[in-house]
Design a protein around this ligand. Structure first.
Ligand SMILES: Nc1ncnc2c1ncn2[C@@H]1O[C@H](COP(=O)(O)OP(=O)(O)O)[C@@H](O)[C@H]1O
Ligand SMILES: [Mg+2]
Length: 142
């Protein structure tokens, strides 16, 4: 399973995971996590300026877009055995780890940085927590 937040770093992790899955003739699950807390909070107070669409829906659209872009990478590389999952959680790292466990992933691929991308950091906080808590080997792409 590869986890992506749609960032440039994540995209490289997706490319790596796609190549890895092809080489090992294995299935690839592409997962993005949408912050459940933001969805719930925003649904409580819908913004009238946004009409009928809540920020929660927009967040989910963002997740779908992230998955569509990752799917393009898989498709254009000729990988056919893949699945897209949008997961929801308040703790992003815990949700990634739980999702990987739930599907019985035997290998988790993440990037060292994500959308925040403070490049002086070696590892983003989600990446660090995933490495710490994962139930399977983790590859960190940098
Ligand atoms: N919301 C998310 N959904 C899926 N994967 C994520 C999410 N956030 C982070 N990741 C994974 O963790 C990597 C590192 O991100 P993160 O630790 O959040 O760094 P940063 O602090 O730079 O955003 C990402 O490239 C991605 O692989
Ligand atoms: Mg991040």
């Amino acid at each position: 399973m590869v986890a992506t937040d749609g960032s440039h770093s994540s995209e490289r992790a997706v490319e790596f995971a796609v190549e890895f899955a092809k080489r090992h003739d294995s299935k690839l699950v592409i997962c993005t996590v949408t912050n459940q807390q933001l969805v719930v909070l925003s649904n409580r107070e819908p913004d009238p300026m946004k009409g009928a669409r809540s920020v929660g829906e927009e967040l989910s659209d963002l997740g779908a877009e992230v998955l569509r872009r990752a799917e393009q990478v898989a498709k254009s590389a000729g990988l056919n055995d893949y699945e897209l999952i949008e997961a929801y959680g308040t703790n992003i790292a815990a949700t990634i780890v739980a999702q990987a466990e739930e599907i019985g992933a035997d290998h988790l691929v993440i990037a060292s940085l994500g959308t925040t991308g403070v490049s002086r950091l070696l590892l983003g906080s989600v990446a660090a927590s995933v490495i710490h808590h994962a139930h399977c080997p983790v590859t960190v792409v940098r």
